[in-house]
Design a protein around this ligand. Structure first.
Ligand code: ADP
Ligand code: MG
Length: 383
């Protein structure tokens, strides 16, 4: 049964449907929470959602087709456990009340996602952004995309995920064949059109997540914040974005035990994002690929958030001679690599990568071709 039919059997007739995609990030890793730049895109995989609002509905009611699971909660319901996927909507409803003073009326929503779980494509941001798109549409709110991204981010913070603004922002602002050049200090962006007709972006999922992924992320964040804190003794800075390489030299002199190599990586990665934008604009895919490899080596050796499986896949990409650029994508310590390839080489690369990886790790990696696509939208309306 299709999702619409399921919705019709479980819930009231829907008034409208929403599309909310996942996202990739071409380059600019760990720069978002450091006030830097990122270059993500919404993709052609995402959530389809149907919404029914009716004054007779007395609780929030949700159904996930992927999980074949139905949930419900009222406004006064205690906090849902961490394992319950409905916690996202519960947190979101609270955030909307706290931040905007809006009491969201009860509604029913059914959803189905084509985003592979655990693949680093930000299914949680897509789901939150999809809920927000539905709520905005029904209540005819004037929220900007940046406001919605901020609400989605605060929702994740509320459930304990200390994420940056990039994921919901890309999911909301994505455009066909384009990347979102996002300045995470001013929360403003430029749409960078990319002629990807001859090229493809292939994700290869290591299928591993090392259990220090969360602590590693939090540690790196703290290390960067510490550098900013120390720099404030001689300059005014809120994030690494406000510092210059010379400031790191001063910190090294004063505090030889404080690590600044992570900050150095952030400076370099920010520069690479700027250069990647220029490469995209001039159609220089070879140059873009080199920046992606450089990003990976920085993440591996300076920021130290890679892992043997990711390094193996990037090394396999260089060895294959088929891949213009490859790097780990996402927080690190597992997850996927993103690979830039001429479209004629895609199937040979996938065959090579999966065979090599499987024979080394006895794990079959999943692969996915991601196309930069449109962001969240209301797709169909009835009644
Ligand atoms: P990601 O990197 O994909 O965002 P997260 O761990 O942040 O990974 O979010 C994944 C969570 O989002 C799942 O544990 C689940 O709670 C929720 N989620 C994702 N897809 C679905 C779905 N199709 N149905 C219900 N919940 C989902
Ligand atoms: Mg997430």
């Amino acid at each position: 049964m299709g999702l619409k039919e399921i919705h019709d059997t479980l819930f009231n007739p829907p008034q409208f449907a929403v599309w909310a995609p996942g996202r990739i990030n071409l380059i600019g890793e760990h720069t978002d929470y450091n006030g830097g730049w990122v270059l993500p895109a919404a993709i052609d995989r995402g959530f389809e959602m149907y919404f029914s609002f009716d004054e007779n509905i007395e609780q929030f009611e949700l159904y996930s087709k992927n999980l074949d699971n139905q949930q419900a909660f009222t406004r006064t319901h205690e906090s849902l456990p961490a394992a319950n996927w409905a916690k996202y909507l519960q947190a979101l409803i609270l955030v909307i009340k706290e931040e905007e003073g809006i009491i969201v009326p009860y509604f029913q929503v059914s959803l189905e996602s084509s985003i592979p779980p655990g693949g680093g494509l930000s299914s949680s941001a897509a789901m939150n952004a999809g809920f927000l798109t539905g709520i905005k549409h029904f209540l005819k709110l004037k929220w900007s995309g940046a406001k919605m991204a901020q609400l989605a981010q605060l929702t994740e913070h509320k459930i304990g995920a200390n994420v940056g603004i990039m994921d919901p922002y890309a999911v909301i602002y994505g455009e066909e064949n384009s990347f979102i050049f996002l300045d995470c200090q001013s929360n403003s962006h430029q749409v960078i059109n990319a002629d990807f007709h001859d090229y493809a972006l292939v994700l290869v999922d290591t299928k591993v997540t090392h259990n220090h992924a969360e602590s590693g992320y939090n540690d790196r964040r703290k290390t960067c914040e510490r550098v900013v804190e120390l720099a404030n003794a001689f300059t005014k800075a809120q994030t690494l974005r406000d510092l210059k390489p010379d400031d790191l030299v001063k910190i090294n002199d004063e505090y030889p035990n404080v690590s600044t190599v992570e900050a150095e990586f952030i400076f370099e990665e920010n520069k690479r994002v700027q250069e990647a934008v220029m490469a995209l604009q001039s159609g220089d895919f070879v140059g873009l690929g080199k920046l992606m490899y450089a990003s990976h080596y920085g993440l591996q050796n300076k920021y130290r958030v890679s892992c043997p499986e990711l390094d193996f896949l990037v090394h396999t990409a260089t060895r294959s001679g088929l891949v213009l650029g490859a790097r780990m994508m996402g927080g690190g310590f597992g997850g996927s690599t993103i690979n830039l390839i001429h479209k004629d080489n895609v199937s040979s690369w996938i065959k090579f990568a999966t065979t090599e990886y499987e024979s080394t790790y006895q794990i079959y990696p999943s692969t996915l071709i991601a196309r930069p696509s449109k962001g969240c939208e209301v797709r169909e309306t009835w009644g």
